[in-house]
Design a protein around this ligand. Sequence first.
Ligand SMILES: [Zn+2]
Length: 279
Amino acid sequence: MMKCPLCNSISERAFKGKGIWILDCNSCGHRFAEITADLGHVEKTYDDPYFYDGNAGYADYTIEADQLRKRGRQYAKKIKKYVEPSRMLDVGAAAGFILKGFQDEGWNGIGLEPNASMVEYGRSELGLEMNIGTLEMFDKNERFDLVSMIQVVGHLFDPQSAFESVRTILSHGGWLLIESWDRDSFSARILKKHWPEYSPPSVLHWYSHKSLVTYLSGLGFEEIACGRTLKKISGKRAKTLLQYRLGLKALFSLIPDSLSLPYPSEDLFWALFKYEGTD
Ligand SMILES: [Zn+2]
């Protein structure tokens, strides 16, 4: 049986999601997919079809540009009372729209993204500084005041080394912003194994707000603020998700692509952590 990717303890199979076993750690309770993921997994999972062809990923990621940029601005405003705009690293930046939103609010920084086409888009269309790669493999010479991980922690193929990288690139007193799904949310508890976020292999880890806070506090990150995420998605994205999850293509084809729909965010949270380091 696979060992827990957070604490290396013994785990047990809980149930299957999309045909893949999902395991629970016997010691820390972390929930994760029975997949031995590495860089090859990342490259395969986040190839161009992930962003453009639908299925588990995005029908056309760039259609959501305005909403993502707005979310970047919203987060920048939310955290303003704790941290002044300075230098940031946005992990899993995709085309860089969220980073662009932060830039609108005075931040500057780098977008880190494994998909080369997305990186190219961010550079050429948005004028952003973008690096191809993952946090696990990131060259750690530069220091940042903020690391943002918007819907990223569930996808990390090696969370221990990824958060080790975050500790290295944040100076003491630096900030970590995370948005993630909550496996203890109302809908996750009601839907159990049918909760749509149990969708390996693109998602590999399922945290609750509480479990993430507990894990990160052991690494020297203290939660300073948190909340629920309100977001809107395009009609096209909604259709893709509904078709993928429910398989009712004809019915949902009536939704216009350009429509902006509120998306239930009861199972999505954000949290801002301050890195104080460990002794
Ligand atoms: Zn564990």
